[in-house]
Write a protein that binds this ligand. Structure first.
Ligand code: TXA
Ligand code: MG
Length: 354
């Protein structure tokens, strides 16, 4: 394939003709990127094994990392799972459509390729109008990982998808920047009590209002055996990562500003091109240094930081920086937990300030 078609679509009122073309492309086994409320997804018709295999190739994704299946509504769940657990009903009633992915026992109709051989399948109902319109037009579930090349930051704009996948996929529905900016929260409800496998756009606090016993997964050791299906998402060390090595400063907020300045000065003295994921808290002293700045907004405003995070990492890569310095977000509450998780995964080194 040589050309990837990009179609501009109104994110509020998608043109039905454009949606119908994308749906036809998916039914014919094509790969179509589309916006969700979190990040752009790269979709294939979920029961089309060949298309699923092409998707893994297009992304360069290891076959042992299972995909999320997107459905139009709760009713489609029964076409994918062995049984619909009560807790799924409760969670769906509160959080679907929306950025919550539930891991459940799969049925035999779900292709092995999607689940990486696991007997579970991850499912969500997205809320973005384009995603919803597409799902309804296709009339079948759509398997869709984030629409980035494997190990690159997830795409929050159509341009990011094009940068990574131009010529590798049939179509991109460009609905502008995505709203949330970090991926859905993944919760394994086959476990009792349920376990949060990946923090994301649905907060732990909101989930606990419905399932108070929700547990967090302990940060696991990195799995390096590519023959083992990964028990859960994003276990690879380099994930959501920019090309340049990233040093993450965390711990005592009062000392982070100074530490960043000193880190930047050290890197500059080695003649490195330095990129900073800058927050409003970073002083003019830091900004006066000959560094490349990508703005995240206030580290106290998690919504803004989440919306900007992946675009900022890509901007620094585009600027060909040699190293990136960043500070952790101020709070682990709400979206802060997801942002912090992604920063840690993107980091090659963490410096903890006492
Ligand atoms: O917000 C999102 O979730 C976006 C949009 C496009 O929906 N999708 C997304 O997909 O982030 P992806 O493939 O980049 O991440 C899905 C994660 C993977 O890390 C995968 O390991 C995990 O979900 N996952 C999928 N199936 C699973 C399963 N059966 N058990 C445990 N984890 C699973
Ligand atoms: Mg991904």
């Amino acid at each position: 394939m040589s050309r990837t078609e990009v179609i501009r679509v109104d994110p509020q009122q998608p043109n039905p003709d454009d949606i119908a073309r994308a749906a036809g492309c998916l039914r014919d086994g094509g790969l179509v990127a589309f916006p969700t409320e979190t990040v752009y997804g790269l979709g294939v018709q979920a029961f089309d094994r060949d298309a699923v295999q092409r998707l893994f190739l297009a992304k360069g994704r290891p076959a042992n990392d299972p995909l999320i299946v997107h459905i139009a509504s709760f009713d489609q769940l029964s076409s994918l799972v062995a049984e619909v657990p009560d807790v799924a009903r409760t969670l769906a009633a509160r959080f679907w459509p929306g950025p919550l992915t539930l891991v459940m026992r799969r049925n035999a109709a779900v292709p092995q390729e999607i689940t990486a051989g696991l007997d579970t399948v991850a499912i969500r109902v997205p809320s973005h109008p384009i995603a919803r319109a597409l799902l309804e037009a296709v009339g079948l579930p759509i398997a869709a990982p984030s629409a980035n090349l494997f190990s690159r930051p997830s795409p929050t704009r159509a341009a990011h998808v094009l940068d990574d996948l131009n010529g590798r996929i049939e179509m991109i529905l460009d609905g502008g920047p995505t709203e949330v900016g970090v991926e859905s929260t993944v919760v394994d409800i086959t476990a009792d009590p349920p376990v949060m496998l990946r923090p994301g756009a649905t907060s732990a606090e909101a989930l606990r209002s419905v399932i108070p016993r929700l547990r967090f997964r302990a940060r696991p050791a990195v799995s390096t055996d590519v023959n083992e299906p990964m028990a859960s998402p994003g276990l690879l060390s380099k994930h959501y990562a920019p090309r340049a090595p990233l040093t993450l400063y965390c711990g005592n907020p009062a000392r982070l500003g100074r530490a960043l300045i000193e880190g930047a000065r050290r890197a500059l003295s080695l003649d490195l091109r330095v990129g900073i994921l800058a927050t409003a808290e970073d002083t003019t002293e830091l900004r006066a240094l000959p560094v490349v700045i990508a703005e995240l907004g206030s580290s106290l405003d998690a919504r803004q930081v989440a919306a900007r995070l992946y675009a900022a990492l890509r901007e620094l890569d585009d600027q060909r920086v040699d190293v990136i310095l960043a500070r952790d977000v101020a709070s682990q509450d709400g979206l802060g937990r997801a942002i912090s998780d992604r920063l840690q995964r993107a980091a090659t080194e963490t410096v903890r300030m006492a």
